[in-house]
Structures are given as structure tokens and as C-alpha cells.
Design a protein around this ligand. Structure first.
Ligand SMILES: NC(=O)c1ccc[n+]([C@@H]2O[C@H](COP(=O)([O-])OP(=O)(O)OC[C@H]3O[C@@H](n4cnc5c(N)ncnc54)[C@H](O)[C@@H]3O)[C@@H](O)[C@H]2O)c1
Length: 438
């Protein structure tokens, strides 16, 4: 416990701390999470409120991450009491995690704990004090290519932390259902498409995929031994606003920036002159690399928009099945060149593309069969790649302050979503080349 308490103490000056802890004060932009010691009274109040209003209390791990943030925001909007947990690690630009935390705070979520899923004592305290009724476990070390560089980070975050979580749930309340993130990477070198949950999956192509498959095996063991309720969700290439800078759609738009500065400057998020201004790849005419199969054919991905994934995650959490695995994909594999064309159209610039052979760990094609999720979760992916990339670029252009194409005008619906979710005001008018942001 002392570890995260001292981490926060070092990060904040006294006056700022006082502001942070007042529930009525607006969230300082770089900080909206707190150590458990400061959150626990709010955690108990949340549990009390949830029980008197017959609401679920959902623990979302990785809540400052891409999928975790969007999931927590939606759960909160649907009336669930949400407790977030994230260690805000610096795998990518921490300012994006701080921004997500601040947006959750703005939406009214006051229980985002800064801590580690591998911390058993912390987990037991959250589960007990918050009277957690459901767990959605999204914290992990993500990324296929990085697993070639830092294999042990994957064993720690994806295997050790997962077992720590299952042990904590088993110790505190065995009946709490857990929905956890698996990945399409478990299909690895499988060539039978579309990928189905009934296919054999024992040929992963990366350590990342292997750790996700091991989660599914471990889930089976904990269900078998202790009757824990566990649902694995195999996500297929998730993308969208405030996404991950290590993924292709983000990297094609800007230069890849895998490593964030360790301590982000205070208030950077709301001070445009302090924002990270990456050398935007397509915008700056920098070369982007499209990887190809050995025979020259293009790679294909079943790109899935974030809101479709969130629908599937929440439906799986509500179903609380004894032991399940679901594919959550878009069912429409797209060539990487199609992704590039969507980004080019939004930015109004041509990409300077080069080709390279597929890298170790990557697979040529992902393609989800979602009939199982359709049947049990009523899962139905709705957002096309073109529409999803538009929404990503609208957010991106505000955050990094870049122009979009001349004819790029957000619809009323898109403008509303930008306001509600990301606190971005778009006037839907043009000033010169750029959209006007109020
Ligand atoms: N985004 C995708 O395309 C995709 C595809 C397949 C599977 N997944 C899985 O979905 C989940 C969410 O992915 P994402 O894209 O949101 O990634 P992300 O990196 O944005 O989110 C993960 C979050 O977990 C946190 N975290 C990592 N280790 C932690 C620990 N030990 N304790 C506490 N917090 C920790 C990180 O700080 C981060 O905020 C992950 O399990 C990932 O493997 C994602």
C-alpha cells in the first residue's frame, strides 16, 4: 500500500492534493486517480449506495487503458457503480491514460484507484470494501511486437497478475463473475477461417498470444477447482478515439511513440503548447511501412470499433456464464491498404508508403466468426472501418491540433459524441482549412 501512496505523494503538491480530494471540485487534468487509502471511504459509500439502489458494483482493471476507459464510461452511463484500477505504466504515453482518467472523473466516476493487479492485498481490500459484484479484467501488457523485446513483462502482467486476481476473488467472494480480455492472437498460425471458438488453438505466434491462451487455460482450472465464473473475450484489433499509439491506425497517422516520458509535465493535457506534437507520419509525408506476406499479398485485419467491443464486454459481464469464451470481432477483414486509404481521406493527404515483409510474431489474417456471441450476447458489430476511423480522426485532430481534409465535416451525431465522451466542442463550421473547435 505504501508503494502507491508514496508515488502519489511525490507527484502532487499539497495545495493540488486538497483540490483533488474534494469530490465537488473539477478533476485536475493530469490526475484523477488516487491511492486506496484516500478512496476507501468513497468505496464504502459507493457500495452502500449500490446496494440500496440494487446496482451492480463492477471492478474494471485497466480502467485508464483504451478498452478499460471506454468500458468504465459506458458502465457508469448505464448506472452501474464502477471501481477502476490501473497502475498507469509507461508502455505508451501516460498522458493519454491521465486524459482518460480525467474524463472518467468528469463523467462523475470518483473511484479510480492507482495500483497494481499483482498486489493481492490491494485487490482483496477493493473487493471487500467495495462489495464488488462483477469483475471486468482488462489490465494487461498488450502488444504483439513488444513481447519480442520484453517477454517477462507479459509473464508478470498477463499471467502472475491474472492468477493473483483469481486468488483474490476466490478468497473474498467466489460467486463474483469475471469477464477477462483474451485476444485474437490465440489463433496464431491457424489458417482455417473465419476463426471460431471451436477451433483448436495451440499454435500461437507470439508470447503475447501464448499468455492470453494461458489465461483461458488458467480460467478453466479455477472454474474446475473452485467453481469461479469466468468468461474470456477474444478481441480482434480494437481501434477508436483515445486509442493506443502503438497500434497501426494511430502509428500511421503519427510517428510511432512507444515510450512516454516517465513523469508527464503537470497540466500538460490542457496546455496545448505543452502537448506532445509527434511528427505526424502521413501529415508530414513521412514514410509508413505496410507489411506484406511472403508472397507479396497484403495483411488483413478484422478491425473492430471500440463501441462494438464495449457492447460485447458489458453483455458478457451481465451474462455471468459459468465458463465461456467469445470472439468479439467485426467479421469483415480489411486490407491494411484500406485502412491507410481511410486515414488518407480524413487527413486529405496521400501516404508515402513502403512495403516490408511481415515481422516475427505477426499473423497474415484475422477474421472472427461471432456467431456464438451473436447467440448468447446478442452481439452485433455495427461500425464500419470508414466510420470508425472518421471518429478516431475527429478526436485525434482536436488532441494533437492537426487539420483534417477540407470536406471532412462531423455529423451532428459525431459532434454530440465528441462533446459527451471527450469534452470536445465542435462548431461544425470551418475556419480556413480547419474545423472550428469552440
Ligand atoms: N486493443 C486491442 O486491439 C486488443 C486486442 C486484443 C486484446 N486486447 C486486450 O484487451 C485488454 C485491454 O487492452 P487495451 O488496448 O485497452 O490496452 P491498454 O494498454 O490501453 O490498457 C491496459 C491498461 O492496463 C494497465 N495495466 C497493465 N498492467 C497492469 C497491472 N499489473 N496493474 C494495473 N494496471 C495495469 C495499463 O496501465 C493500461 O492502462 C488487454 O488485456 C489487451 O491484451 C486488446
Amino acid at each position: 500500500m505504501l508503494r502507491y501512496a508514496s508515488f502519489i505523494a511525490a507527484a502532487l503538491a499539497g495545495a493540488l492534493l486538497t483540490r483533488c480530494l474534494s469530490p465537488s471540485s473539477p478533476a485536475p487534468p493530469e490526475f484523477a486517480s488516487e491511492p486506496l487509502a484516500r478512496v476507501s471511504s468513497r468505496l464504502r459509500a459507493l457500495a452502500q449506495h449500490a446496494s440500496s439502489h440494487r446496482r451492480r458494483v463492477v471492478l474494471v482493471t485497466g480502467a485508464a487503458g483504451f478498452v478499460g476507459f471506454h468500458t468504465a464510461l459506458q458502465l457508469h452511463a448505464e448506472g452501474d457503480a464502477v471501481v477502476g484500477l490501473d497502475n498507469f505504466n509507461s508502455y505508451y504515453d501516460v498522458r493519454l491514460k491521465r486524459l482518460r482518467a480525467a474524463l472518467l472523473h468528469r463523467a462523475g466516476m470518483r473511484t479510480l484507484v492507482e495500483g497494481d493487479v499483482c498486489d493481492a492485498e490491494l485487490l482483496r481490500t477493493i473487493l471487500r470494501e467495495g462489495r464488488v459484484s462483477h469483475v471486468i479484467h482488462l489490465a494487461a501488457q498488450a502488444g504483439v511486437r513488444y513481447s519480442l523485446k520484453k517477454p517477462l513483462a507479459y509473464v508478470e502482467a498477463n499471467v502472475r497478475c491474472f492468477v493473483t486476481l483469481l486468488e483474490a476473488v476466490h478468497a473474498v467472494n467466489n460467486s463474483v463473475p469475471i469477464a477477462y480480455a483474451s485476444s485474437s492472437s490465440v489463433y496464431g498460425l491457424n489458417t482455417l477461417v473465419p476463426f471460431s471458438e471451436t477451433h483448436r488453438v495451440d499454435q500461437q505466434a507470439s508470447l503475447y498470444g501464448a499468455t492470453k491462451k494461458s489465461n483461458e487455460n488458467i480460467a478453466h482450472v479455477y472454474h474446475h477447482l473452485h467453481k469461479l465464473k469466468l468468461t474470456g473475450l477474444r478481441f480482434f484489433t480494437v481501434y477508436g478515439p483515445i486509442g493506443r499509439p502503438d497500434m497501426a491506425y494511430f502509428g500511421f497517422t503519427q510517428e510511432r511513440t512507444l515510450h512516454a516520458p516517465r513523469s508527464p509535465p503537470p497540466f500538460a493535457l490542457h496546455a496545448p503548447h505543452l502537448r506532445l506534437m509527434p511528427s505526424q507520419a502521413i501529415l508530414a509525408g513521412r514514410r509508413i511501412t505496410e507489411f506484406r506476406k511472403d508472397n507479396g499479398d497484403e495483411l488483413q485485419r478484422d478491425f473492430t470499433y471500440i463501441s462494438d467491443i464495449v457492447d460485447g464486454v458489458i453483455a458478457a459481464s451481465r451474462l455471468a456464464a459459468p465458463l465461456e469464451i467469445f470472439n468479439l470481432g467485426n467479421t469483415r477483414p480489411e486490407k491494411v491498404s484500406t485502412l491507410v486509404k481511410c486515414i488518407e481521406a480524413g487527413l486529405g493527404r496521400k501516404a508515402n508508403s513502403t512495403r516490408a515483409p511481415i515481422t516475427a510474431g505477426d499473423v497474415p489474417l484475422t477474421f472472427a466468426d461471432v456467431s456464438h456471441a451473436r447467440k448468447l450476447l446478442r452481439y452485433e458489430p455495427k461500425v464500419t472501418l470508414e466510420a470508425g476511423i472518421r471518429r478516431f480522426l475527429l478526436w485525434y485532430s482536436d488532441y494533437y491540433q492537426v487539420d483534417l481534409a477540407r470536406d471532412f465535416m462531423p455529423s451532428r451525431k459525431e459532434a454530440h459524441e465528441l462533446k459527451v465522451k471527450y469534452n470536445i466542442n465542435v462548431n461544425r463550421r470551418r475556419r480556413g482549412r480547419q474545423l472550428e473547435y469552440a
